[in-house]
Design a protein around this ligand. Structure first.
Ligand code: GTP
Ligand code: MG
Length: 593
């Protein structure tokens, strides 16, 4: 029996950057390098035997020294949305290593960033496969060649172009805390992230990529790969209904051995549950398949690391992303249940906190969402798997009454039915949806900021602003009832309905109308010369030509202007506000404090 398991290598990256193509080509390259293929296609994964991988790398190095006696490498492809890559197990990721695929023509994109965050938070070692290099203009492909040999065949201009793109990519990656470089220039792989140019079309760079994966396994995985002897652990990739078998689970067994007849514990809607394994299945190689429906062969046991289809009663309850613990014998069950209960409690929540409602399609995604929110100091009221329900809307609506910014639902990759949308709209509960996890959070945070600042602006608009005017000599059109006089706005703004005070702080009247060139205007600002009308004063008695007047700001407005909104005032208005404050404080030292 083998004593080490295969490292699990997850391939991830932005949609269409070439993950599946790269794996396909790697499979083809490795099969071609050896007479007999030996690669087994598993559920959601492919198992590459070590000697086949080493044969492929030989093209690169001559003799390859492999100290770590791993039996092979298990590669897992992930679909475009990275939540699938978030296969969690206690204390880390199911992935031992990862390949982050980045399209050389596109660079870092949204799901690339998501993948980087995921790998960083799980501390998963990885390499960057800079894919589609054959698309660099002028590229001359050398089928299956290691990158050094391939570069020797390129023109100066092409090499410079590739170098430039690697340089730009390294710059982008540095924003996420990674120092990265072309792998041939790297001295310490523990400190620098390796970039390997590859093409899934020509197979160039694939020997390099495989060699690096072997190298990383040597550096990082010594202690991780010991194969458990009792029971097994794994993770649910997908819940799939199969004709004639009922609901099955596609899973990765990441350690130990699972046999038909074993019991497995999984997480579902009602917490942990047990199921007895009725059958285990693997895809048949193409040439053994007689009928397209006859795609699977039954196996008696599966040894980690492996992808496998599990048939058992009750699997429709399982959550995608659920951990799987398999065991034989009675006594284990309780301990496993406790472990699962603790595990789910870490990210599936139902509380009475004033917080956000979060729904996601898998445990991994849910966990990331809750973690992102907590990182930002936002509290979560309810976090669960599955589509958005009426209860979710009710919960959010209760929260909304206390805090409108927290009374929302974040829905990741789950359905929101028309009815629920209507219900939510009628309760003014906002539902945020986005296929990229961190974008979902950003969309929500942006909304909060935007709404807050709009509110603030509206509140600011309502306040009476500072203004200072001077009565122009010889421009008294009417002395009283109403007084009409020409004024110059020295600074700030005046509007109809604001009261004016003199330099002693005494209110002299309220502006009825402002006219500019004979037309009523809604405001007059610094520098403007306008006519104003006021009912109360008599010019010459209460106010005089040449006199300076100020807007009489209500005390509560002055308090807000001089504190929260001080930055919204321009320099001159701020100065006038100071003058208004000091006039009032001569009468009442505590005014607007
Ligand atoms: N020229 C060229 N085209 C490539 C290469 N790799 C992938 N493509 C093309 O890019 C497209 C996307 O490739 P996929 O392998 O399906 O990408 P993916 O990352 O698996 O996409 P999702 O699974 O949808 O996230 C396909 O049209 C491929 O033919 C490459 O190295 N060179
Ligand atoms: Mg794909």
């Amino acid at each position: 029996m083998k004593s080490l398991r295969e490292p699990i290598v997850v391939v991830l990256g932005h949609v269409d950057h070439g993950k599946t193509s790269l794996l396909d080509k790697m499979r083809g390259t490795v099969v071609a390098a050896r007479e007999a293929g030996g690669i087994t296609q598993q559920i959601g994964a492919s198992l590459f035997p070590l000697d086949a991988v080493v044969d492929t790398c030989r093209a690169l190095l001559g003799e390859v020294k492999v100290e770590l006696k791993i039996p092979g490498i298990l590669f897992i492809d992930t679909p475009g949305h990275a939540a699938f890559a978030n296969m969690r197990k206690r204390g880390g990721s199911v992935a031992d290593l990862a390949i982050l695929v980045i399209d050389v023509t596109k660079g870092v994109q949204e799901q690339t960033i998501e993948s980087i965050r995921l790998l960083r938070s799980r501390k998963t070692p990885f390499v960057v496969a800079l894919s589609k290099i054959d698309l660099i203009p002028g590229w001359r492909p050398v089928e299956g060649a290691p990158i050094s040999k391939s570069l020797a065949n390129q023109s100066r201009a092409v090499i410079d172009e590739l170098d430039k793109r690697i340089y730009l990519l390294a710059g982008e990656l540095s924003q996420y805390g990674f120092q990265a470089d072309l792998y041939t220039r790297i001295k310490s792989f523990a400190k620098t992230l390796a970039i390997v140019p590859v093409s899934a079309k020509s197979g160039e760079g694939i020997p390099d990529l495989l060699m690096l994966i072997l190298g990383l396994a040597q550096i990082y995985l010594r202690d991780r790969l010991a194969l458990r002897e009792d029971g097994c652990e794994g993770v649910v990739l997908e819940i799939v209904e199969e004709e004639g078998m009922g609901v099955t689970v596609n899973a990765v067994i990441s350690n130990g051995v699972l046999r038909v007849g074993d019991r497995i514990a999984l997480l579902g809607k009602d917490g942990p549950f047990l199921a007895k394994v009725r059958a285990l299945m693997m895809p048949k190689p193409l040439d053994e398949m007689r009928d397209p429906r006859d795609r699977f062969k039954m196996i008696e046991e599966v040894v980690a690391s492996a992808g496998v289809k599990i048939v058992a009663e009750g699997l429709e309850k399982a959550f995608p992303g659920s951990p799987i613990y398999g065991f034989r014998g009675q006594e284990d069950a309780r301990e496993v249940f406790e472990r699962l209960t603790a595990e789910i409690g870490e990210f599936r929540l139902s509380t009475d906190k004033i917080g956000i409602v979060v729904k996601a399609d898998s445990l991994g995604a849910l966990e990331s969402l809750v973690a992102y929110l907590h990182e930002r100091g936002l509290s979560v009221r309810l976090a669960d798997i599955g589509e958005v329900s009426k209860r979710d809307v009710m919960e959010a609506s209760i929260v909304r009454e206390k805090d409108e910014f927290l009374g929302v639902i974040l829905a990741y990759n789950v359905d929101v039915s028309k009815n629920i949308e209507i219900e939510a709209a009628s309760r003014r509960v906002k539902i945020f949806r986005n296929p990229v996890l961190f974008r979902l959070i950003e969309e929500y945070v942006d909304w909060v900021e935007k709404t807050r600042s709009e509110r603030e602006r509206a509140e600011f608009e309502k306040l009476v602003k500072p203004g200072k005017i001077r009565l122009i000599e010889g421009m008294v059109f009417r002395r009283s009832n109403p007084a009409i006089v020409g004024v110059e706005v020295i600074g700030g703004v005046i509007t109809p309905r604001v009261s004016l005070m003199n330099e002693e702080g005494k209110i002299v009247g309220t502006i009825m109308q402002i006219q500019d060139m004979g037309k009523a205007v809604p405001a007059a600002t610094a520098g403007m010369k306008v006519a104003i009308s006021m009912k109360e004063p008599t010019i010459g008695r209460h106010i005089k030509e040449n006199e300076v007047l100020y807007v009489a700001i209500p005390e509560s407005d002055a308090r807000l202007l001089s504190s929260v909104f001080i930055n919204k005032l321009d320099e001159q208005s701020r100065k006038i506000l100071e003058e208004i404050l000091s006039i009032n404080r001569r009468i009442n030292p505590l005014w607007a404090r």
